[in-house]
Ligand binder design. Sequence first.
Ligand code: ATP
Ligand code: MG
Ligand code: FE
Length: 347
Amino acid sequence: STILAIETSCDETSVAIVKNRHILSNIVASQIDVHRAYGGVVPEVASRQHLEVMNVCLEEALQEGSLGWDQIDGVAVTVAPGLVGALFVGLATAKTLAMVHNKPLLGIHHLEGHIYASYLSEPTLKPPFLCLLVSGGHTSLIAVRDYGSYEVLGGTRDDAAGEAFDKTARLLGLGYPGGPAIDRAAKLGNPFAYSLPEGKVSHPDGGYYPYEFSFSGLKTAVSRLVKQLETQGALPVNDLAASFQETVARSLTHRAIACALEHSLSTIVVGGGVAANRSLREKLTAMGTEKGLKVHFPPMRLCTDNAAMIACAGVQHYQRNEFSPLTISANSRLSLTELMSLYGSKY
Ligand code: ATP
Ligand code: MG
Ligand code: FE
């Protein structure tokens, strides 16, 4: 099946066309430059920007895919979670297209989309596998039992991994977005210059939750170190960035591998913007291979937000006759395990 999808949950406007697991077009208009002046994503600015570029993205996606509406089977759109105003722009567009062209509507959960980035880039990938999802807003370990069947095995108690990168970059004066800036600075630094806390989450009965993450303590530790080092002259920014990155990569790697082994899942796929991180890629690949696990990182353009991953999830729901009613609304917080509430409409 061939699905056209729209993604506007945060700061990327994207329209894509996917046939089964094959990308026919994937247009992504990033708003990073617009939000940089504010040091982060401004929701109202994001909505307005989506509205401004939507039509161009749509035209380009159809043109690049060399397709007409008669060759498209359905319209998929991210409906949750995300910035509600931003989601509304994509949803209004998708509903209009579905109505005008008489196609079924497929509401998609954004995190299911991030998981589907791996189906696109690894054509032989089949459940079961473990997904380590590390993005600007989420950090989760998800057991993918079957197509559309997810169990969340671990998550963060406070900041998401990407958020930790962004906040720490600000502390170090490295600018926005923080992940790529820290990654670059870390290349020039010593990852073992400073010993930082990995952020274990204590269990009330003693010990630690094995698959829970916490990054706020790490951020506080960096902040304390910065204040202390500032009094001693120029800040060793590269060493701090490298040590921070090393600690985050270690925390993610250890938990993902322990979780995969414990749940007898022999493949780990990674999704979300933080999957671009050099240290995480190296560590998880090396340690996973050592333990006999297969580790897959999608290419960068499929790790960050894009509509191709949403379209690929749409293909799956289309083939299962899971359609969304035209009355469906945006939901800023829906959890992955509640995603079946998006369907139920027969076409
Ligand atoms: P969500 O999917 O949770 O709604 P999002 O879609 O905004 O969040 P993504 O676009 O997947 O998040 O990822 C953006 C995040 O990835 C940012 O926090 C950014 O700093 C981080 N990031 C990007 N590149 C790197 C890198 N090389 N190293 C570490 N972090 C990175
Ligand atoms: Mg983004
Ligand atoms: Fe995302």
